[in-house]
Design a protein around this ligand. Structure first.
Ligand SMILES: N[C@@H](CCC(=O)N[C@@H](CS)C(=O)NCC(=O)O)C(=O)O
Length: 245
């Protein structure tokens, strides 16, 4: 079935990079995998969407919020399951893996970008640099405090740095073990599981804002090779730019 007009709403992508939202990268790749033509747009105010998060897909008059529902929409409407030859066991393991990354491991990325000074120094001008000087400091400070509060109420922000490191490195080691020596997760061709996992790992390892997640990734050669393989597959220009640096 051919697509009507598809628009993927995402946050702004930093010049020459992939999107800094792992969920926006995931949705971008799912649409690319399904060979559906689409436009990417930055919404004027993403809070107009009822769930207040991006990515959001607009398909004709239908609005689909959340990368998981975007994946299901691609399957239900266009018949693209994007699951290659995954077994039921692979899909179940992939499901658990994605939930781990999206609900817990991502906290390390948020902590590194928003709370650690090294991340904040790079993130602040990227996210708030276009605001008028009189608003910039106050808005940045308020959002940073909100992020800190949400990390604390979630529980992750209550751990010491050492404890966070133990938890996060166990997540990354589990990923490295499950990937083993395959090119893609549980498969010789990329599937929807890779759209989600790569979206996250590329942001851990190669995003413009430095975080301690990169060093955790660097400890596993197979994960680094996986990120490079995904860049070659979906963002070859980024890979070229990184090689030239
Ligand atoms: N479960 C959602 C998560 C989306 C999400 O958390 N997006 C973040 C960016 S990574 C967001 O929109 N944050 C802005 C906000 O919460 O105001 C999905 O899979 O799409």
């Amino acid at each position: 079935m051919s697509s009507e007009s598809l628009t993927l709403y995402t946050f702004e992508t930093p010049q020459g990079f992939f999107n800094m939202s792992p969920f926006c990268v995931k949705a971008d790749i799912l649409l690319k995998m399904a060979n559906l033509p689409f436009n990417t747009e930055l919404p004027e105010d993403y809070k107009v969407f009822s769930k207040g998060k991006l990515p959001v897909l607009k398909d004709g008059d239908t609005i689909i919020q959340d990368s998981e529902f975007i994946r299901r929409h691609i399957t239900d409407k266009y018949g693209e399951t994007l699951d290659g030859n995954l077994t039921a066991q692979d899909k179940a393991t992939g499901h658990a893996l994605i939930r781990m990354l999206e609900e817990r491991t991502i906290m390390g990325l948020v902590q590194g970008r928003w709370i650690e000074d090294a991340g904040w120094e790079v993130l602040e001008p990227l996210f708030f640099g276009e605001l008028p000087a009189n608003e910039r400091t106050e808005v940045g400070k308020t959002v940073r405090e909100q992020v800190s509060e949400s990390l604390k109420s979630n529980g992750f922000g209550q751990h010491t740095h050492d404890e966070q490191h133990i938890l996060l490195s166990a997540d990354i080691a589990a990923l490295a073990t499950l990937l083993n020596n395959r090119d893609w997760f549980f498969s010789d061709q990329p599937t929807y599981i890779d759209a989600a996992v790569f979206g996250m790992l590329v942001n851990f390892y190669a995003a413009p804002v430095p975080t301690p997640m990169a060093a955790l990734m660097a400890a596993h050669d197979n994960l680094v090779a996986y990120v490079n393989r995904g860049l070659e597959q979906w963002y070859p220009d980024v890979l070229k730019m990184m090689a030239a640096e």
